[in-house]
Design a protein around this ligand. Structure first.
Ligand code: GLU
Length: 485
């Protein structure tokens, strides 16, 4: 068995978000950099909130990110099942052990009993702690209550003094006072373990060596350590990764840009960009370049993880994504976009070879895959609108119609339609008229694309071909003439 075994343990009560993906990635990088195993466990005991669609969503997002698991759903291993909802018999064995050896006890207090205790504490301005009433029940009293059919919870006995120390691989040694922890509930009245107990039993029985998770779980760790002790289990090592906050230092929410991975995917972000961005988030290193998976794995160390919160910055992610877009092969982009209905329609209209050329021309201008759609539009649609600011700047000059007519003549009489020849012809035309080439290029661009900023004009002309350039110039001349009326 691998010495290093880590796990990602999401609860399927929502989609995979940036925070979860970050935790999953750090675990995965740790496993891969130690030739260890990465285990995926679904913590789905909250039956009311867990949903199968979220399970599929989480698995899909992880797969898309390239975070593969060695054991988990669809990949049975020796320590399954990997859904908590299927592990009740495992839990029951250890719950019985805790009750038998006196580390835990049944609690018959009703919700009302506990609310009353809380109210009293509130009135007396004291912090609430469970009174420990049921801890004092004698075995025959417990039996009598059980035989009445009451469904108790189970509480763990926490020492009323002393401290529990968490030796965290990122945050160092942190002490927690036991008296503040209370005899917390470890089994609910329906017989299912609560989060802290389930996680301890699972991490132990799945031979997890390192628990790497978000800082928000740090306060659970002393409770879990006490459970490890009560069960006689050796505890794993812990590493609590800083939270990811929004730039305004608040909890991440929709307001700060899409955070479900699924949505980022739908918006046209690439998995390599997201993984590269997440790997830098909260860890020291050069954040201007995207590393390959290999480089990320080789360079990963818990020592480089920051103790302060990391800030999620969608603009940074977008910048990395656009940088990556310009470097991707046309084939890869075509594969990514193949299923999009607009792309299928375009390919049907003008073929794959044409689409590939379009992609080659526009990819370096696209921030996301979805941007390609608006950038490619005029390569397919002849009836585009002209940009307002372009009309003002390039179509309203008194000699525009004349310039466009000369360009039309140039296009009509051009015997070759390659970008180089077109460029040479246009420059010669400009020179013969004593104009700067830009005076022709700007109105031509607007006439042929409707836009003021595009990839190289001559490459666009070559791709559009003589006939479409003719038509578009004629259409623009008509438009400009109407402006004058
Ligand atoms: N199911 C917990 C969560 O989604 C996992 C906590 C842990 O890693 O221990 O936050």
């Amino acid at each position: 068995m691998s010495a290093v075994r880590v796990r990602f343990a999401p609860s399927p009560t929502g989609e995979l978000h940036i925070g979860g993906a970050h935790t999953a990635l750090f675990n995965w990088l740790f496993a891969r950099s130690h030739s260890g195993a990465f285990i995926l466990r679904l913590e789905d005991t909250d039956k009311a909130r867990s949903q199968q669609s979220y399970v599929s969503g989480i698995l899909d997002s992880l797969r898309w990110l390239g975070i593969d698991w060695d054991e988990g759903p669809d990949k049975e291993g020796p320590f399954g099942p990997y859904y908590q909802s299927e592990r009740l018999p495992v839990y029951q064995k250890y719950i019985q052990q805790l009750l038998d050896n006196g580390h835990a006890y049944y609690c018959f207090c009703s919700e009302e009993d506990l609310s009353r205790e809380k109210e009293t504490a509130l009135k007396e301005k004291k912090d609430y702690h469970y009174s420990g009433r049921c801890k004092k029940l004698k075995p025959d009293e417990v039996d009598a209550l059980l035989s009445q059919g009451l469904q108790p919870t189970v509480r763990i006995k926490i020492p009323s003094s002393g401290i529990t120390i968490v030796n965290d691989l990122i945050r160092g040694s942190i002490s927690f006072e036991n008296r503040l922890l209370d005899d917390f509930i470890i089994v609910k009245a329906d017989g299912w373990p609560t989060y802290n107990l389930a996680v301890v039993i699972d991490d132990y029985t799945m031979h997890i060596s390192h628990v790497i998770r978000a800082e928000e779980h740090l306060s659970n760790t002393p409770k879990q350590l006490l459970l490890y002790q009560a069960l006689g289990f050796e505890a794993p090592q812990f590493a609590h990764v800083s939270m990811i906050l929004a730039p305004d230092r608040k909890k991440l929410s929709k307001r700060h840009g899409a955070t479900p991975i699924k949505e980022l995917r739908e918006q046209g972000y690439l998995p390599e960009a997201l993984i590269g961005y997440l790997a830098q988030l909260g860890s020291s290193g050069n954040d201007e370049i995207l590393l390959t998976r290999e480089q990320m794995i080789n360079g990963f160390s818990l020592d480089n993880i920051s103790r302060s919160p990391a800030m999620y910055d969608i603009d940074k992610l977008t910048w990395l994504n656009s940088h990556l877009m310009s470097q991707l092969s046309n084939e890869r982009i075509m594969t990514e976009m193949a299923a999009h209905p607009q792309v299928s329609a375009w390919v049907k209209q003008s073929g794959n070879v044409y689409w590939e050329k379009v992609v080659g021309l526009i990819k370096s201008r696209a921030k996301t895959l979805l941007d390609l759609l608006s950038l490619a539009d005029y390569f397919y649609d002849d009836c585009f609108d002209y940009e307002e600011k372009g009309i003002e700047k390039h179509f309203k000059a008194p000699d525009t119609a004349q310039i466009l007519n000369e360009l039309l003549l140039m296009v009509k009489t051009s015997d070759s339609f390659s970008a180089e020849i077109l460029e040479a012809n246009l420059r010669a035309l400009a020179e013969s008229q004593g104009r700067k080439a830009a005076q022709l290029i700007h109105p031509a661009r607007l006439a042929l694309t409707g836009k003021t900023a595009t990839p190289g004009l001559f490459e666009i002309m070559e791709l559009l071909g003589q006939e479409r350039c003719n038509l578009r110039l004629e259409r623009a001349i008509h438009f400009v003439n109407k402006l004058k009326i």
